[in-house]
Design a protein around this ligand. Structure first.
Ligand code: SF4
Ligand code: SF4
Length: 343
């Protein structure tokens, strides 16, 4: 089985990018430990608990694994970037969360790929992984030739940019690995300069950069369960779920292609903040059912909506914020009071 054949089969399963890496420890494992050791994972315990050690070797996930087939699925759509967006009454949701939950879409594609491989290579063992598995997926995707890891820490493909979901098929087949491409960030620092919270920081002991999650808007609005630190709230701007700025400004995304997959078409592009603030918990679940947005949970989402309203500084948000300030959830109420103070 050649890399070219793998790419053909992956394309037939809806993956624009595919390549092969050896199922062996990756040098980035030490770098990852340093990253968590510095506290950059914030409160994301799933990155630092016992699963951290599993990341040392993909064979911890499938002992018979010999190769990783790394795939990328484009999710870009022809809608504007957040950096071209200036509608204070509307909310910004990160591009990756506009459509269906990618976990299910990618898993279905990987299972199909395993089936096609079996037709060509006979019986073998496999395991499909989509970002929930403890695996250094960007590092292996780079090793498999899918792209380089940019200063914004995203995997960037020279021809297609960085709007990709990554997935992996661990297989017991021995397949010749691909080679990583060169780093093409050059002297560019656009993502570092554009980050509203200066979350992209130099990694210790090198020219590489990393993200201090404790400063990142994506972390605040998706992962953090408690209150968002007050000094950071103004920089959150209109973001109610995630942040795309460091990808929007990347020159490699200037001509990024769009997907034709209807799964990732926006269901609610830039929804109205007042509408979001009025959602009941059931209404929140209904509106964002089967999209990644439910990860923030209802209270976290209302917290984000309150901050975005405070940052919009529109008088028309006074009444909805006063209602949120009466929320039985103390965190939501506190963020709404903070936002009222900004009007
Ligand atoms: S996602 Fe936003 S806040 Fe986080 S590093 Fe990128 S630009 Fe900065
Ligand atoms: S904006 Fe520039 S430095 Fe940042 S990832 Fe893109 S090319 Fe690299």
């Amino acid at each position: 089985m050649t890399g070219g054949k793998i790419r053909d089969l992956a394309r037939a399963c809806g993956f624009e990018l595919a390549g092969v890496a050896a199922a062996a420890p990756h040098a980035d494992a030490a770098w990852y430990r340093q990253w968590t050791g510095l506290g950059y994972a914030g409160e994301m315990r799933y990155l630092t608990d016992r699963r951290a050690g599993v990341r040392d070797d993909p064979r911890n996930l499938l002992p018979s694994a010999r190769s990783l087939i790394c795939v990328g699925k484009l999710y870009n759509t022809p809608w504007p970037y957040s950096t071209a967006f200036d509608e204070p009454q509307l909310a910004w949701i990160s591009r990756y969360a506009w459509g269906d939950d990618y976990h299910e879409v990618l898993r279905a594609g990987l299972e199909r790929l395993a089936g096609l491989l079996r037709e060509h290579a006979g019986d073998f063992q496999w395991r499909a992984c989509v970002d929930t598995a403890p695996l250094l997926e960007r590092s292996y995707a780079r090793a498999a030739g899918l792209g380089w890891i940019g200063r914004n820490t995203c995997l960037i493909n020279q021809g297609s940019g960085s709007w990709f979901f990554l997935g992996e098929l661990l297989v017991s087949l021995e397949i010749a690995p691909d080679a990583p491409p060169p780093d093409r960030c050059g002297t560019c620092t656009r993502c570092i300069d554009a980050c509203p919270t200066q979350a992209i920081v130099p990694a210790a002991g090198g020219t590489r950069y990393t993200i201090d999650s404790r400063l990142c808007i994506s972390y605040f609005t998706i992962e953090l369960r408690g209150g968002i630190p007050e000094p950071e709230r103004p920089a959150v701007g209109p973001h109610v779920f995630g942040c795309d700025i460091c990808q929007d400004v990347c020159p490699w995304n200037r001509r990024a292609p769009s997907t034709g997959d209807p799964a990732f078409a926006p269901r609610h592009f830039a929804p109205d903040l007042a509408r979001l603030a009025a959602l009941s918990e059931a209404g929140f679940r209904d509106l964002f059912r089967h999209t990644p947005v439910t990860r923030s949970r209802y209270a976290g989402f209302l917290r984000n909506v309150a901050i975005a309203m405070g940052n919009a500084k529109l008088e028309c948000f006074r009444a909805p914020l006063e209602r949120l300030a009466e929320s039985p959830d103390a965190m939501v109420a506190e963020h709404a009071r903070w936002a009222l103070g900004r009007l």
